[in-house]
Design a protein around this ligand. Structure first.
Ligand SMILES: *Cc1c(COP(=O)(O)O)cnc(C)c1O
Length: 405
């Protein structure tokens, strides 16, 4: 343990121990200050919260189930396993929770246009969905490598009325899409709001994402009290930028009996260059408006990252997670492609759930941990999304070709 860390205070000042902050060019700072003022104005406003929770209930389909995985519990022979089913939300993942919240802030700021960065396209689809619902203009920035690989998601966003820009700068992947979105934001901030897809970026974005995603742990805490009469012993979630994990952890951070475990993508292994294990291998730096932990070389050049899971291959991590790690409150473990693919197949066969390959990084940790624990211990693992989108690439990983291209 180094310093103790309290979320409440950090949410106010935008610093998580030494991490977070607002590292921005002059041209964007005034607009981010306006977003911060709007967030402070509305985050406890009863009308705002009522509209947010009504949309979560009536449009996203919340509350999501807390499901007791009886087959896996018996098969692994140790702790009781529960899944928090974010895969059952509208659009198939947790991302919609956050997009609804940020889009409501945008509307109250008088914005007419939403923009977003996206990697594989899941955050872009969630943003395009809410822009359609709210009747707002929508433009998505996506690396050209990703628009080529994810044509189905590009078409999906277009169906929803969004314009998709293929970004050709840099290595044409997610980090370049973030840069392009921030540039466009700076140029058009008079009518535009940039919806950040994870618990990253300058303050207040990590704080907003924490707030909006904390519905996951607010629900799970009540649900586990109802079925088990007590708190869980472990909460486990996968980690790209860290939004589903921070939402899964939020209500337990100040419950010291609950152990928090984040599972990051090790790709081909932490001893290979084909990895996205930022917590394990990264170092402190400043990028995308925040001080946090990044995979970078000695000169601060951001590394290319790799994972089988498109949603986890971001070279950084949300600043609050770095504070949770440094303070000893949460632990972070790397999970390889192989382990995640095995978990993908295992949970499908055991429970009849095809879960997102991202989420299967957390399921793999459950497979390791549960058998080592006594039967009276309780694990809650978040299934951040559904895995329909991954079926073709898992087949390919196993050497099975499903289509002509
Ligand atoms: C985007 C995504 C992730 C990773 O993002 P976080 O911000 O770390 O939650 C994980 N799972 C799914 C299903 C996703 O779509």
């Amino acid at each position: 343990m180094t310093e103790t860390y309290t979320p409440e205070e950090s949410m106010q000042n935008g610093r998580y121990l030494e991490y977070g902050g607002q590292y921005l060019p002059e041209i964007l700072l005034p607009e981010i200050k306006r977003v911060e003022a709007a967030y402070n104005q509305y985050k406890d406003d009863p009308d705002f919260l009522n509209e947010f929770h009504t949309l979560l209930r009536e449009y996203a389909g919340r509350p999501s189930l807390l499901y007791y995985a009886k087959n896996m519990t018996e098969d692994l022979g140790g702790a009781q396993i529960y899944f928090k089913r974010e895969d059952l939300n509208h659009t198939g993942a947790h991302k919609i929770n956050n997009v609804i919240g940020q889009a409501l802030i945008a509307k109250r700021m008088g914005k007419k246009r939403l923009i977003a960065e996206t990697g594989a396209g899941q955050h872009g689809v969630a943003t395009a969905t809410i822009a359609a619902l709210f009747g707002m203009e929508c433009e998505i920035f996506m690396g050209k490598m990703d628009t080529d690989r994810q044509r189905l998601n590009v078409y999906r966003m277009e169906l929803l009325g969004a314009k998709v820009n293929a970004v050709t700068s840099g290595s044409m992947v997610l980090k370049d899409a973030v840069n392009a979105a921030l540039q466009n934001y700076a140029a058009r901030s008079s009518d535009t709001f940039c919806v950040m897809g994870s618990a990253v970026g300058p303050h207040p974005f990590p704080a907003m994402v924490h707030d909006f995603q904390s519905v996951i742990s607010k629900e799970s805490k009540q649900q586990i009290q109802t079925v088990a009469g007590r708190l869980p012993d472990y909460v486990i979630a996968c980690l790209g930028g860290g939004s589903n994990a921070i939402g899964s952890f939020a209500e337990y951070i100040e419950e010291p009996s609950v152990k928090l475990i984040g599972c990051e993508a090790a790709g081909k292994g932490v001893d290979t260059p084909q990895t996205a294990a930022t917590m394990k291998l990264g170092s402190t730096g400043i990028f995308h408006g925040m001080k946090s932990r990044f995979l970078q070389n000695k000169d601060g050049q951001i590394d290319a990252v790799y994972s089988i899971s498109a949603g986890l291959d971001y070279p950084g991590i949300g600043p609050e997670h770095v504070a949770l790690m440094d303070s000893g409150r949460a632990t972070y473990v790397p999970i390889t492609d192989d382990e995640a693919v095995n978990a993908f197949e295992y949970i499908a066969k055991q429970e009849g759930i095809i879960a997102a390959i991202e989420s299967c990084h957390a399921v793999a940790e459950v497979q390791k941990l549960a058998p080592t624990l006594p039967k009276d211990k309780i694990i809650i693992c978040t299934l951040s999304g559904r895995g329909d989108k991954d079926v073709a690439s898992i087949a390919k990983y196993r050497g099975i070709q499903l289509s002509d291209d």
